[in-house]
Design a protein around this ligand. Structure first.
Ligand code: PEP
Length: 252
């Protein structure tokens, strides 16, 4: 059955000392008893992953990478492979974040390759997708989301989805302070389950965790998470302060 998940995407923030302090702060507020049945994930930058893995060893906090290259190894200056992540104890990778798509031109096709590589290396994938403001204004949001899923994920086998967490992140709500309303989030999440059911089956559609991302904060988390098809959140800005992040974890 699907789990409630709160994942913090730290992006290119926090130096080593700040990352240690942030983990320390989060650790203080989560315990296996308090956070029963929830997953709490943090995604620091590549250089701080090793330290984060060590510092979360005896806690329920899991550590994810924010990206990964699709090739096994080779002449890809500045890139990091799945193997390198696994070697330092990373078991989760975020793929397809809208900043990777828009700033680094990652396409649905490229993301399909990254997903394959991640799964082949036993990494769980938090797969991000979502429409732009233009798509929403022109009422193409459902079509765009379905295409993103189709072109990057629908070559997978049913069993692969036990290692996929979906994160619906409307681009217009990321880092903008503008949040999709709980109704808009629910509407899209229900649509995503319908698409999964059509392509695979109901059992699979009901078993995949679908996170919402886009300006989730302590003040709006509870209402968004109360929707039946929203299984948690992928949090950017509000994941950088222990107090805010913990309040969001509490809200799920
Ligand atoms: C994100 O970058 O995934 C995100 C949801 O950011 P924010 O919470 O800051 O909108």
């Amino acid at each position: 059955m699907r789990k409630n998940i709160v994942a913090g995407n730290w992006k290119m923030n926090k130096n080593l000392k700040e990352a240690k302090d942030l983990i320390k702060g989060i650790k203080k507020g989560v315990s296996s008893k308090k956070s029963k049945g929830k997953r709490v994930i943090v995604a620091p930058s590549f250089v701080n992953l090793n330290s984060a893995v060590k510092r979360t060893e005896k806690s329920i906090i899991e550590v994810a990478a924010q990206n990964m290259h699709e090739a096994k190894s080779g002449a890809f200056t500045g890139e990091v492979s799945a193997d390198m992540l696994s070697e330092i104890g990373i078991e989760i990778v975020i793929l397809g974040h809208s900043e990777r798509r828009s700033i680094f031109a990652e396409s649905n096709e490229l993301l399909a390759k990254k997903v394959d590589t991640a799964l082949a290396n036993n990494l769980e994938v938090i797969f991000c997708f979502g429409e732009s403001l233009e798509d929403r204004k022109s009422e193409k949001h459902f079509e765009v989301v379905e295409t993103q899923l189709r072109e990057s994920l629908f070559h997978l086998l049913k069993e692969n989805f036990s290692n996929i967490i979906l994160a619906y992140e409307p681009v217009w709500a990321i880092g903008t302070g503008e949040t999709a309303s709980p109704e808009q989030a629910q509407e899209m999440h229900a649509f995503i389950r319908q698409v999964l059911e059509k392509e695979y089956n109901k059992e699979l559609a009901d078993s995949v965790s679908i996170l919402y991302g886009g300006s989730v904060k302590p003040a709006n988390a509870e209402e968004i998470f109360s929707k039946p098809d929203v299984d948690g959140g992928l949090i950017g800005g509000a994941s950088l302060k222990p107090k805010d992040f913990l309040a969001i974890v509490e809200a799920i």
